[in-house]
Write a protein that binds this ligand. Structure first.
Ligand SMILES: Nc1nc2c(c(=O)[nH]1)N[C@H]1C(S)=C(S)[C@@H](COP(=O)(O)OP(=O)(O)OC[C@H]3O[C@@H](n4cnc5c(=O)[nH]c(N)nc54)[C@H](O)[C@@H]3O)O[C@H]1N2
Ligand SMILES: Nc1nc2c(c(=O)[nH]1)N[C@H]1C(S)=C(S)[C@@H](COP(=O)(O)OP(=O)(O)OC[C@H]3O[C@@H](n4cnc5c(=O)[nH]c(N)nc54)[C@H](O)[C@@H]3O)O[C@H]1N2
Ligand code: SF4
Ligand SMILES: [Mo]
Length: 744
């Protein structure tokens, strides 16, 4: 299979990507961390950053008040991710900095794990403790028995450290808990992923189809702005969601699908588009393979067939297929983002990819554009040792098509009774609240009880920090440098994050933490730059700018090297798939023992008196990370459970009444949750926003507010193709009363 990054257009800027040897580093200017920042801040009225409240990474400006205190953040006008406007969470980001419940100094556990009895420690002591323990684990079990779970900007520093240490067990929840199935499905079909920000050309689309993508509540900034522009230009929006989402309220068509049946609808749309000759014949002939097999495959998938499964009227299925065809190729069947739903997710997204291919939208205006990315020069490092084993060796043959590490495999490999080929013995967890992020909490806790080292690097005292042996407090994104942002977009661009203030308390930036740890592990050669500002300045000068210039610009956008954002009429395109074509029929899946064409298989139904638990986002919060944010809790401080009026009546439930939820495995929500009776949810499901129900008392504002969806997701539907953890196969019922002793 082609490398997942191969197809992206790399724009070499200025001198281009030159790797240099360690010797050359001697001559470069070094900023001492204190003086350097002061020097750079001199005369700056506003300080550039990019947001860390979610992973859209909007670039913005931090302003200070007359007393020199951080006052507000606004969007950078130059930035393609935000066009000068931040979302409410981004603006509220300063709450992360001012939160008085923040972690303030390193902590070392002094009693049993999970009891949360810690003592304060110096950085020197905490880092020495970690290094000694890592060396011990490495020599006893091999370096591959260390695992890194990471999310966010710091990931690359700890990844370098891990690779240098000899472990490739590096996982992010954005793969197996989020985008993994989507990216694998798009890779198999087009040879390229859907990227972040997604390469959906929404601003010029004529028809946008959202399958559970709840844009508007999912606040990914540029995407929402483009959707609202598209609506102003009369684009047709079709939303498929069991819930009347914000997106559904802006749509011409709302298809309130029975949850878990989307593949049936997608196959039927494919059927309609093929058998009515709605597809883009020239495009399919020139660029695709497997059309005849696909045609045969969907022969029986008529709207009447789908009606019985999805509950969507045949007439509505026909009409919406025609709408897509009328808009073709300026049509987008959105690939989604958090797509780990039912365990057949890669195949569902394959159906989405196929539909886009039939309508000719890939590489076309108003469909999917071809992204371009700036190239930041890297420097030569000593080569990394080859790990004796990687996560793929732990359970041979599992998830063979996963192109990134599957976090849940690392967790399962930490439990000896699962008989992994090798056992994980130590975790470093950076910027991910694993307890609330990975479904099946009991399994995560079991793994934690079996490991010999748990280090957590975080900004807040979250559930995961409670289980740590050592807690390292990172400063917030407003108090540090991070790597140059180079996300792909219509034009290549770079964005700088620099500190708007010194780190508060005894907190430190991720780069510093990783580098200090590298020294204690004897791996300093992998961190040749004394501090991050020297590294950034070196990189920026290589591409014809500098830290000084970027501190004034924040964002620099370049022109594309060629005018190739869309496929031109008659262009010969070689797609980076095995066949060089868009694979409607996936030979790659077939060779790997998976269905080459997506199939619909029915999923388990809720038992009597239970309802399917579905979840999503609220516009003013991001998962757990904003739960205690003073600015954002002011706007929303608990979640509610959405219940259809018919169900409420049956159970005698009233609006604003607090109840508990119990799932199919007898797990009860730790905290009560408020009822919201609404027609906006189907009768067979209930809905709640993810990220609430925190059990960590140190977070004073959010402790005990609302319920945690993760706690109720004990059944996980794993995607056999790439290991994604499907989370929507859980069912809940209501508990209206608890005895006083039970109720907290
Ligand atoms: N039940 C359920 N599970 C889900 C989802 C769901 O909807 N429901 N969504 C899934 C998806 S799509 C995703 S992407 C993942 C997200 O998973 P995570 O990224 O793990 O989400 P958060 O809960 O926000 O946890 C982030 C952690 O990073 C910390 N943090 C914030 N800023 C910094 C920083 O600058 N430095 C450091 N070191 N730490 C920081 C926060 O305090 C918090 O502890 O969750 C997945 N899991
Ligand atoms: N405000 C805010 N915005 C965010 C985030 C955040 O935390 N806060 N997180 C960001 C991240 S990392 C991600 S991955 C995205 C996630 O956001 P998206 O990828 O847009 O959506 P999901 O979380 O997958 O799905 C939620 C929607 O799916 C619907 N749904 C549930 N079951 C089904 C079903 O069987 N079929 C269909 N068709 N629909 C169903 C729900 O009713 C809900 O409207 O959001 C991003 N944007
Ligand atoms: S969408 Fe909002 S929270 Fe996400 S990066 Fe942009 S401003 Fe920050
Ligand atoms: Mo995500």
């Amino acid at each position: 299979m082609t490398n997942r990054r191969q197809f992206i257009k790399i724009t070499a800027l200025g001198a281009g990507a030159l790797a240099i040897g360690g010797g050359i580093l001697k001559g470069i200017q070094k900023y001492s961390p204190q003086e350097g920042i002061k020097y750079l801040l001199q005369g700056l009225k506003r300080i550039p950053t990019y947001c860390e409240v979610c992973f859209w990474k909007c670039a913005g400006w931090v302003y200070k008040n007359d007393e020199g205190k951080i006052w507000k953040i606004v969007g950078n006008e130059e930035d393609q991710h935000c066009n000068g406007r931040f979302c409410p969470r981004g603006t509220g980001g300063i709450g992360m900095y001012y939160d008085e419940d923040r972690l303030k100094t390193p902590l070392i556990r002094i009693q049993e794990r999970g009891k949360q009895v810690f003592r304060e420690a110096s950085w020197e002591e905490a880092l020495t403790y970690i290094a000694n323990k890592m060396i011990e684990i490495g020599s006893k079990y091999g370096p591959e028995s260390m695992a890194l779970f990471s999310h966010g900007s710091g990931s690359s520093y700890y990844s370098t450290l891990f690779k240098a240490f000899g472990s490739a067990n590096i996982a992010e929840p954005s793969y197996a808990q989020c985008r993994g199935p989507r990216d694998e499905a798009f890779m198999a079909t087009f040879g390229e992923e859907a990227y972040s920000p997604e390469i959906t050309d929404i601003r010029d689309t004529k028809c946008l189809v959202l399958i559970g993508s709840h844009i508007g509540e999912n606040m990914h900034n540029g995407q929402i702005q483009e959707m609202s522009d598209a609506i102003d230009k009369d684009a047709t929006i079709i939303t498929v969601d069991p819930r009347f989402s914000t997106a559904a309220s802006k749509s011409k068509y709302w298809l309130p699908i029975k949850p878990s049946t989307d593949i049936a609808l997608l196959l039927t749309w494919i059927h309609e588009i093929i058998y009515n000759n709605y597809y883009d014949k020239d495009y399919v002939e020139k660029y695709c393979i497997g059309f005849d097999k696909l045609k045969e495959h969907v022969k029986e998938n008529t709207p009447e067939w789908a009606y019985g499964i999805t509950t969507i009227e045949p007439g509505l299925i026909r009409k919406t297929a025609k709408e897509m065809a009328n808009a073709s190729p300026a049509v987008i069947i959105h690939p989604g983002r958090h797509v780990t739903w039912y365990g057949d997710d890669t195949q569902r997204i394959r159906a989405i990819a196929i539909l886009n291919a039939l309508l000719g939208s890939w590489g076309r205006r108003g469909g999917f554009y071809r992204p371009s990315k700036a190239n930041i020069p890297s420097y030569a490092l000593p080569s990394f040792p080859k790990p004796a084993k990687t996560w793929q060796d732990a359970f041979p043959g599992k998830y063979s098509l996963a192109s990134l590490t599957v976090s849940n495999v690392l967790i399962d490999a930490s439990i000896p009774e699962n008989n992994p080929v090798f056992t994980i013995k130590g975790w470093i967890v950076n910027g991910t609240n694993l307890i609330n992020t990975i479904p099946n909490q009991a399994n995560t806790l079991k793994a934690i009880q079996n490991i010999e080292l748990l280090v957590v690097i975080d900004t807040m005292p979250m559930e995961i920090t409670g289980w740590a042996d050592v807690v390292l407090p990172e400063c917030t994104y407003l108090e540090r440098f991070d790597n140059i942002r180079v996300s792909p977009h219509r034009k290549p661009a770079i964005a700088l994050r620099m500190p708007a203030s010194e780190p508060m308390y005894n907190t430190k930036p991720g780069y510093w933490i990783a580098r200090e740890l590298s020294k204690k592990l004897g791996l300093q050669a992998y961190f040749p730059f004394e501090n991050q500002e020297s590294l950034l300045d070196w990189q920026l000068k290589k591409i014809g700018t500098s830290l000084e210039e970027m501190s004034k610009l924040g964002v620099k956008t370049y022109e594309r090297e060629a005018d190739d954002i869309y496929i031109t009429e008659g262009e010969n395109v070689e797609f980076p798939t095995e066949s060089g074509k868009i694979e409607l029929y996936s030979t790659y899946f077939e060779q790997s023992g998976f269905d080459p064409l997506p199939l619909y298989t029915p999923h388990e139904e809720p038992p009597e008196g239970f309802y399917r638990l579905i979840y999503g986002r609220a516009p003013m919060h991001t998962f757990s990370r904003t739960a205690n944010n003073p600015n954002l809790t002011d706007i929303m401080d608990e979640n509610t459970v959405w219940v259809n009026p018919k169900v409420a009546k049956e159970w005698g439930l009233n609006n604003d009444q607090y109840i508990w939820l119990k799932n199919q495995d007898g797990i009860e929500s730790e905290f009560p949750i408020k009822i919201r009776v609404t027609e906006r949810i189907r009768w067979d499901s209930v809905y709640m926003v993810h990220g609430f129900g925190h059990a960590q008392k140190q977070m004073k504002r959010c402790f005990g507010k609302g319920a945690s969806d993760t706690q109720l997701i004990s059944k996980v539907l794993i995607d056999p193709i790439m290991g994604g953890t499907g989370m929507r196969g859980n069912f809940v019922t209501f508990i209206t009363k608890k005895t006083e002793k039970e109720a907290i």
